[in-house]
Design a protein around this ligand. Structure first.
Ligand SMILES: Cc1ncc(COP(=O)(O)O)c(C=O)c1O
Length: 441
């Protein structure tokens, strides 16, 4: 960075005596940010400020947790009012019903709702529910998808050298972490995504043992990779044919692509949908929802899902205000974020073409990622691992920080447009991109 960031550096050095890598998740540390992460201090609307007083136009939006932007006044007011009456009761509350009713209106098939705190908790619970409901042990997880840091999912979620992936008919399971329960992955079947033949093969081999197929509607953790036309519907048909459940992980795409998420946009109906990130407007709120006959298995803890912090009052009030804003005026917020996303992506594509930069932009409305590649598109994990220059992206993103633009520093993640972004913000970003490319990033 050429901007002054000495306060961040000082805090980072101080943190090393009491924390690991300066923060509470490796994705916030030097792995993505270089020598030290930027320490952020405050934020408003589309902008975030670091401890040295630098201002950044924020396209990260807390890994997608802020569809309305930072410190939206209605969310702030809801949080303040709720906190004044007590932060959390860990008992039944009316606000919980109100948010559940909002979700029922938004999400196709959400006959019943259960709240959790994080996307990881929601997907973990969804898999347990699917196993409990079907009485089957196995589930299918796709290469290049991330569903949280639960042992059973932590496989082939990180980019790997192509040579280590094995043949696509029999992918090598590559755990993403040390310390996993050794048997945790025995019942996880790993399959390439966007490949109908591959999932058919998995059902031919293990059909009656498969409780569920879990999938992101749009891959959001290997850049942005949309489903091939008809692919999600093919997953729906196959799971139904084999009496397995379809779990749609909308932790990223929920409250973002459409009120009803990918189910609405791609016209596909899952048995269980998981939500997180954008639901709580920055507070830890997640949920899993589904048909009453499936969700009923949670009753009396038959399929156990506990949580002292589940449906915390403040989180519920924040989620309620958030959903009210998102759904207002027939979902105008979604129209806005799609327009901004398209403006940004089209502008980026023009610049890359004009400057002969070997980069493409993949997006679905407000979710986007720039991929440095000589390919015309990246359709799955294997193509991402083989053909995307992640180092070049990182240098490019870090150079943008110097221009006051904060995009995700990881090629494997993505950036998002929020309600707070404007066309002027797009113009500012495009100017910054032209500058860093002309400087050689
Ligand atoms: C698709 C998807 N599912 C689940 C998760 C886990 O959510 P959390 O980080 O809230 O545990 C993430 C997080 O990035 C995600 O992208």
């Amino acid at each position: 960075m050429t901007r002054p960031t000495s306060q961040s550096e000082t805090l980072f050095r101080r943190s090393l005596d009491c924390m690991i890598e300066g923060g509470s998740s490796p994705s916030r540390g030097p792995a993505n940010y270089g020598d030290y992460p930027l320490f952020m201090e405050r934020a408003e609307g589309a902008h975030i400020y670091d401890v040295d007083g630098n201002r950044y136009l924020d396209w990260m939006m807390s890994y997608g947790a802020l569809p309305l932007g930072h410190a939206h006044p209605e969310v702030v007011e809801a949080i303040q009012k709720a906190a004044a009456d007590g932060t959390h009761f860990a008992s039944a509350t009316e606000i919980e019903i109100e948010v559940a009713e909002q979700l029922q209106k938004m999400i196709p098939g959400a006959e019943r709702v259960r709240f959790a705190n994080t996307g990881t908790e929601a997907t973990m619970a969804a898999i347990r529910l699917a196993r409990g409901f079907t009485g089957r042990p196995k589930f299918v997880k796709f290469e290049g998808q991330y569903h949280g840091w639960f042992d059973d999912f932590l496989v082939n979620s990180h980019p790997q050298p192509t040579v280590s992936l094995g043949h696509r008919n029999d992918p090598i399971k590559i755990p993403d972490s040390s310390g996993l329960n050794r048997r945790a992955l025995d019942d996880t079947i790993v399959v390439p995504w966007n490949d109908t033949k591959a999932i058919e093969r998995a059902f031919d081999t293990w059909g009656s043992q498969i409780a569920a197929v879990i999938t992101e509607g749009i891959i959001a953790n290997m850049g942005v990779i949309p489903p091939a036309p008809g692919y999600l519907k093919a997953l729906r048909q196959l799971t139904r044919h084999h009496d397995a459940l379809l779990i749609l992980d909308e932790t990223v795409t929920g409250c973002r692509i459409a009120p009803g998420g990918c189910q609405e946009y791609y016209e596909v109906h899952a048995d269980i949908v998981t939500l997180g990130k954008g639901l709580g407007a920055g507070l830890p709120v997640a949920a899993f929802v589904g048909g009453a006959h499936v969700m009923e298995a949670l009753a009396w803890g038959g399929v156990l899902h506990y949580g002292t912090q589940n449906a915390s009052r403040i989180g519920m009030h924040a989620a309620h205000a958030n959903l009210e804003c998102l759904l207002r005026d027939d979902g105008a917020a979604f129209v806005h974020t799609w327009r901004i996303g398209e403006e940004l992506c089209n502008g980026l594509r023009e610049i890359f073409q004009k400057t002969s930069t070997p980069a493409i932009v993949q997006n679905v409305g407000p979710m986007l990622q720039i991929l440095f590649t000589d390919r015309e598109s990246i359709e799955d994990y294997r193509a991402f691992c083989s053909h995307v220059d992640r180092d070049r992206y990182r240098q490019f993103a870090l150079a943008l920080f110097d221009q006051g633009v904060y995009m995700t520093p990881s090629a494997a993640l993505h950036s998002v447009a929020s309600l707070a972004h404007t066309s002027e913000d797009v113009a500012f970003t495009l100017e910054a991109v032209e500058k860093v490319l002309s400087d050689g990033a």
